[in-house]
Design a binder for this molecule. Structure first.
Ligand code: PAF
Length: 302
């Protein structure tokens, strides 16, 4: 195992297919105790047809010896699963293993940083679309930008950086990843809770009635970002939110889907993350607080 992917959901499988096409042999890491064969064929449907790849599989409770050669770990879990999963895995990962987190929202990165023991940490965000059709089959539903960048510890080795950029179409490596992640956070903070609470597709947020709330979400985000030392422009973020609403008009946001399927949402890493940061700075974020509370009430009622 040289490259492992923790989180075999739609995005994890998509990245596995893309890495395999670029000549790598990623291993999929599954939940501890999950019965799995050592290798498994996975399908990826695209408009051009289905491509089949065989990936090695291994569970999180495999012995440390299984991870001896792991030099890159891509984590494609939901934000709220990241810390628990890594807590179990970190002691088994070689100190030279670089970790790349790819999830909606922010927060796990700063809690993970003090536990890295000198390992490198990169962060990323992807707008590629993928849908899980079954345990071993996905549909690649949309092309999109993938932004990656270094966050802490030793930098990712140049050959692995080049591999990721070659493998993932539309990917770029940024010298400063945090502004990009805040840009995506703005999109998720505006779109996800509103579509989930009103049970509407993303496109409905183009209606005039939603604009004051979207405006307020983004202005509050800009305020807290400034306290964190990031100067973001509300008008640019609002344009980006409007563009995503238009481009993904028929999509059902991940938070809407989470609630519809009775799963926990990523609210703590999105609007809840903003509220938590604001509290540290003595700031009030009334709209983000209200949305966080409402989503948590929905989750509790599931
Ligand atoms: O979380 C999501 O659903 C997506 O990140 C986005 C961009 C809001 C589109 O639905």
């Amino acid at each position: 195992m040289n490259i492992a992917i923790l989180g075999a959901g739609a995005i994890g499988q998509l990245l596995a297919h893309q890495l395999a096409k670029a000549g790598a042999a990623p291993t999929l890491l599954l939940k501890a105790g999950k019965p799995c064969s050592a290798s498994q064929s996975f399908g990826c449907l695209t408009p051009e047809g289905e491509s089949l790849q065989t990936f090695s599989q291994c569970t999180l409770d495999a012995p440390a010896s299984a991870f001896t050669h792991c030099r890159l770990l891509l984590v494609t879990l939901k934000a709220y699963q990241v810390l628990d999963a890594l807590q179990a895995l970190l002691p088994k990962l070689p100190l030279g293993c670089h970790i790349l987190l790819l999830h909606n929202g922010l927060g796990p990165h700063s809690k993970l940083q003090p536990r890295l023991d000198g390992r490198g940490l990169s962060l990323g965000t992807t707008s590629q679309g993928a849908l899980r059709l079954g345990p071993h089959q996905i549909r690649h539903t949309g092309k999109g930008l993938t932004q990656l960048g270094h966050f802490a510890g030793p930098a990712l080795a140049d050959n692995d950086k080049a591999l990721l950029l070659r493998a993932i179409p539309g990917s770029e490596w940024l010298a400063d990843i945090l502004p990009a992640l805040w840009g995506k956070l703005a999109v998720n903070a505006a779109i996800n809770p509103l579509t989930a609470l009103d049970d509407v597709p993303n496109g409905r947020l183009a209606e005039a009635a939603y604009q004051p709330t979207i405006d307020a979400i983004i202005h509050e985000l800009v305020q807290v970002a400034a306290k964190e030392g990031l100067q973001l422009q509300a008008h640019a973020l609002l344009k980006r939110v409007r563009d995503v609403i238009e481009l993904t008009a028929d999509n059902s946001s991940s938070m809407r889907q989470d609630l519809l399927h009775g799963r926990p949402s990523e609210i703590d890493a999105i609007n809840g993350y903003l509220v938590q940061l604001a509290q540290r700075h003595g700031l009030e974020l009334p709209i983000n607080q209200k949305l966080t509370r409402q989503i948590k009430q929905r989750e509790a009622a599931l």
